[in-house]
Design a protein around this ligand. Structure first.
Ligand SMILES: Cc1cc2nc3c(=O)[nH]c(=O)nc-3n(C[C@H](O)[C@H](O)[C@H](O)COP(=O)(O)OP(=O)(O)OC[C@H]3O[C@@H](n4cnc5c(N)ncnc54)[C@H](O)[C@@H]3O)c2cc1C
Length: 381
C-alpha cells in the first residue's frame, strides 16, 4: 500500500494507475472529493503521449467526445513577419495533441477513482504531521505505509514536512483565461503569440452545443491588467487587435485569472517520501505542459513500484526512490529552463534579443530535423 496526498489531476491519475497495477492506495484530500461544482475554465493541452497514457488507463473513452484535436501549432511574434508552423502530418496521421477542459479531465478522473477497486478516499482530511512512513491526521489518527507520495500541488504540505527546499519564481504576471466564440473555424490550430507584455495562446475547443466555433484564450500580462473589470466589448476588441484571424469574437464564458509563478525543488525524494506533479515542479503555463509533465512522473513511479511489488521488495526503499529522482531530473529541469527561458526571451524588447528570437524562429522552420525535434517534445512522444 502507498499513501497519496492530493486528489488533483496528477494524484488521481497515479491512484487509478496504481490500483490497476494491483497496488492499494489511500488517497488523502483536504477538500471534499466530488465532481466539479465550480467551473475552473482552464483549457488543458494534452499531448499525444498523455493521450496514449489516458488510453492505457482506460480513461480516454470518457474524454474523447470532449477532446478537440490539435493538428497545427503556429507560433509568431507580434510585429514580425516570421511564423513557425507545425503540421501534424510532418510526423504522421495522429494529431499533435488535444485540448480538453480542466473540468472534463477532473470529472473523468473522479469516475475512474470511484470505479477503482484498490483506492480508499479519505477526503475532508486534516493532516498534522509526517514522519517517515507515517501521516498523522486529525480525523483518522496515524496512517502508515512504506511510501508517502506528495501530489499536493505547488504549496505542497508534504514537501514542507520533509524539509525539501523549493524556489518560487514570481513573474509579476497573471493569466486571463476565457472562452470565446468566433466567426471563422479554427481548423484545429493552436496559436502562440509572443508580445512584450506577455505571451498569448489561443486554443481550439470543440464547437458549442449551438454549433458556434469556439476557442479558449490564455493571455498573460502584468498583474495590474484590469481584465476582471474591462467592459466585455473592449476585451473582445483588444483580443481582435492581437488576433485578427477568426473574424468577430464574442466572449462566451466568465473570466478566470491565475497568478503566474514557477517552482523548482532541490530534490523530489526524502526518507519514504516522494513528490509528483506541481509539488515537484511548477511551470509557466506558456507551454501548456504542467499536467503532462506530472503524468510522466506518474508513469515512471508506477513502473518502479510495480516492479518492486512483483519482486516482493520494499515500496519505499531508498534505492527505488533515488531511481525515480534520477529518471525524472532531466525532464523536470529541461522543461523548467525551456519555459522560463522562452518567457525571458520574449519578454525583452532589446533589439539584439529580438534579432535572436526572429532568427531562431526562421532557423527552426528551415531545418526539418530541428523542427521535428521540437514537435516531438511538444507532443510528449
Ligand atoms: C492558466 C493555466 C493554464 C494551464 N494550462 C495547462 C495546459 O494546457 N497543459 C498542462 O499540461 N498544464 C497546464 N497548466 C498546469 C496545470 O494546471 C497544473 O500543472 C496541474 O493542474 C497540477 O496538478 P497537481 O495535481 O499536481 O496539483 P493541484 O492541481 O494543485 O492539486 C493538488 C491537490 O492536493 C490537494 N491538497 C493540497 N494540500 C493538501 C493537504 N495539506 N492535504 C490534503 N490535500 C491537499 C488540493 O486540494 C488538490 O486537490 C496550466 C496552469 C495554469 C495556471
Amino acid at each position: 500500500m502507498v499513501i497519496l496526498v492530493g486528489a488533483g489531476l496528477v494524484g488521481t491519475m497515479l491512484a487509478i494507475h496504481l490500483s490497476q497495477l494491483g497496488i492499494r492506495v489511500q488517497l488523502l484530500e483536504r477538500n471534499q472529493y466530488q465532481k466539479s461544482t465550480v467551473r475552473d475554465g482552464r483549457t488543458i493541452a494534452v499531448t499525444l503521449g498523455s493521450k496514449r497514457f489516458l488510453e492505457q488507463c482506460g480513461l480516454w473513452e470518457a474524454l474523447e467526445s470532449t477532446a478537440q484535436r490539435i493538428n497545427h501549432i503556429r507560433v509568431f511574434e507580434k510585429g514580425s513577419a516570421w511564423t513557425l508552423d507545425y503540421d501534424h502530418q510532418d510526423l504522421g496521421v495522429e494529431p499533435m495533441g488535444y485540448i480538453i477542459e480542466f473540468d472534463c479531465l477532473r470529472d473523468a478522473l473522479y469516475e475512474g477513482v470511484k470505479k477503482a477497486a484498490l483506492i480508499e478516499v479519505l477526503d475532508n482530511c486534516t493532516l498534522q504531521r509526517l514522519t517517515p512512513g507515517e501521516v498523522h491526521t486529525k480525523e483518522h489518527g496515524v496512517l502508515k505505509a512504506p511510501l508517502i507520495i506528495g501530489a499536493d500541488g505547488r504549496n505542497s504540505w508534504v514537501r514542507g514536512q520533509v524539509n525539501i527546499k523549493s524556489r518560487l519564481k514570481e513573474y509579476g504576471h497573471k493569466a486571463l483565461v476565457a472562452h470565446f466564440v468566433h466567426e471563422k473555424p479554427h481548423q484545429a490550430t493552436a496559436w502562440e503569440v509572443f508580445q512584450p507584455s506577455g505571451p498569448f495562446a489561443i486554443l481550439p475547443m470543440t464547437d458549442t452545443v449551438e454549433g458556434y466555433h469556439q476557442s479558449g484564450v490564455v493571455w498573460c500580462g502584468p498583474k495590474d491588467t484590469p481584465w476582471e473589470t474591462l467592459p466585455t466589448e473592449e476585451l473582445e476588441q483588444r483580443l481582435m487587435e492581437i488576433f485578427p484571424f477568426y473574424g468577430k469574437v464574442t466572449l462566451n464564458s466568465t473570466r478566470w485569472t491565475f497568478p503566474i509563478t514557477a517552482l523548482t525543488v532541490d530534490k523530489v525524494m526524502a526518507s519514504r517520501t516522494i513528490l509528483v506533479g506541481d509539488a515537484a515542479h511548477a511551470l509557466h503555463p506558456i507551454a501548456g505542459q504542467g499536467v503532462n509533465l506530472g503524468w510522466r512522473d506518474v508513469a515512471d513511479i508506477a513502473q518502479l513500484l510495480v516492479d518492486a511489488k512483483d519482486l516482493g521488495t520494499d515500496l519505499g526503499a531508498e534505492h527505488l526512490l533515488k531511481q525515480y529522482e534520477r529518471r525524472r531530473k532531466l525532464d523536470h529541469k529541461g522543461l523548467y529552463f525551456f519555459t522560463d527561458g522562452l518567457t525571458r526571451l520574449y519578454g525583452s524588447d532589446n533589439t539584439l534579443v529580438s534579432f535572436v528570437r526572429q532568427t531562431g524562429i526562421a532557423v527552426i522552420g528551415k531545418i526539418p530535423p530541428l523542427k521535428k525535434f521540437f514537435m516531438k517534445k511538444a507532443m510528449g512522444v
